[in-house]
Write a protein that binds this ligand. Structure first.
Ligand code: SR1
Ligand code: MG
Length: 420
């Protein structure tokens, strides 16, 4: 009989980290001998342990998976495999848009841990959007990131063998993909014990569960997420998965990576920006909320416009994959056909993105995992009012994905709902 291999996995603690990782060269090279390390646990996400380790020589971050979902506790067991998928996603996404993710320093699959660059003085984007941080480069950084990772992880860029091997690898990320399928596309639209919402929204939650058009949209978008393996997604690209300073933007937390439709990452991100927009009235007086809101809408516009420009440039100059279609167009003296194909693809990505954004806005208000931009509004009546407006916008996007010709048209709808 084959003996079962006993895993050496053990969660780290602030006390044990120093001696358990003392002999890892990648760490001592940066931090010096472990006797001089100062360790603190700073994780405030839904899943993992996050330690910052500092010494006189430098600092780094250790991220370790727990065998359960931290946000719920050990009643929700979870496999440790997510670190393996995050490691594989991180290396690929970083190669596709160099410098936009934290540098990886060390990976131990059995301990489900990674050591990474300590991003500082960066803060989580959710916090920056609630506060007053200037973000003049954010839209450009994220537009480039989306275009480069969406394009370069797809059949437009990769050869068949490489693309299919990656598709097979990430299709094993069943557990976390399943969480997205449930939490994103199903729970907010049914009665489920995982759901929670601000008490004043009970009528909205009930109306959502009876809204046939919205549920049809959620089902169709879930089908697209499950079956349209278009590119390697980050898989959880919200404003809590981005760290920023005024000049830098970094994408973190890629453990939900899976092959899926390009619009999923774009829509998740834009949906969270619109949530941050609707939260502003809960955080400051009307004039200041309007000013901060305008800045957020500008970031949204820039993300989309830079995405389109960069994706179009990659289409014209870097289309070397199995699905390039060059044989139909450029190689058949039909350059116009290539431009039309690009236009058609961008329209599909645009409509998908709006649909996914609408669903993300629902699940962050009615589901399990909420958005700090709204959650930190202390006054419950104000929070309820902000969330009602966000849900109205979310429904319009999910149900009428094809009704918005431009990003400005969507932003105009946001302004008009926000002023009601
Ligand atoms: C149990 S995990 C809940 C949520 O946290 C992650 O950040 C994802 O957004 C997931 O849906
Ligand atoms: Mg996360």
């Amino acid at each position: 009989m084959k003996a079962l291999k006993k895993s050496r996995y053990e969660p780290l603690t602030t006390e044990s980290l120093q001696w358990r990782l003392a002999s890892i060269g990648a760490l001592t090279e940066l931090l010096g001998s472990a006797t001089g390390w100062k360790v603190r646990e700073v994780g405030d996400g839904n899943l993992n342990l996050i330690f910052i380790v500092e010494s006189h020589h430098g600092s780094l971050v250790i991220k370790q998976a727990l065998p359960y979902a931290r946000v719920v506790g050990d009643s929700w067991p979870m496999s440790l495999d997510r670190t393996f998928f995050e490691f594989n996603a991180l290396t690929r996404l970083e190669a596709r848009d160099p410098g936009r993710l934290p540098k990886l320093l060390y990976f131990d699959e059995e301990q489900a841990l990674m050591a990474m660059e300590h991003l500082h003085p960066h803060v989580i984007l959710r916090k920056a959007l609630i506060g007053d941080t200037e973000l003049p480069h954010l839209g450009k950084h994220l537009g480039h990131y989306l275009a480069r990772t969406m394009f370069r992880g797809s059949d437009l860029s990769m050869n068949a063998a490489h693309r299919k091997a990656d598709l097979a690898l990430f299709s094993r990320n069943v557990e976390l993909t399943g969480i997205t399928e449930d939490l994103f596309f199903t729970d907010p639209f049914i009665v489920h014990p995982r759901n929670r919402h601000t008490p004043g929204l009970e009528d909205c939650a009930r109306a959502v569960r009876k809204d046939m058009d919205l549920k049809l949209a959620a089902r169709a978008l879930k089908a697209k997420f499950c079956s349209c393996a278009e590119t390697l997604l980050h898989g959880d690209l919200h404003t809590g998965s981005i760290m920023v300073t005024e000049v830098d933007s970094r994408v973190i937390d890629a453990e939900f990576a899976v092959y899926g439709p390009m619009g999923f990452d774009i829509g998740s991100l834009l949906g969270n920006f619109w949530l941050a927009y609707f939260a502003q009235q809960g955080h400051r007086p009307a004039a200041a909320a309007q000013e901060r809101g305008t800045l957020i809408l500008d970031v949204i516009r820039t993300v989309w416009e830079v995405f389109v420009a960069e994706f179009s440039a990659l289409w014209r100059h870097e289309r070397i994959g199995i699905l390039s279609g060059r044989e139909f167009f450029e190689e058949s003296h039909d350059p116009l056909g290539s431009e039309i194909a690009l236009e058609q693809l961008l329209t599909k990505i645009w409509e998908d993105s709006l649909g996914f954004a609408g669903i993300e806005m629902h699940r962050r208000i009615l589901g399990l995992a909420h958005a700090a931009e709204l959650e930190t509004i202390a006054d419950e009546d104000r929070r309820t009012a902000c969330e009602r407006r966000a849900l109205k916008m979310g429904r319009a996007l999910a149900v009428h994905q094809d009704a918005f010709p431009t990003i400005d048209a969507v932003n105009r709808l946001a302004v008009s709902i926000d002023s009601q």
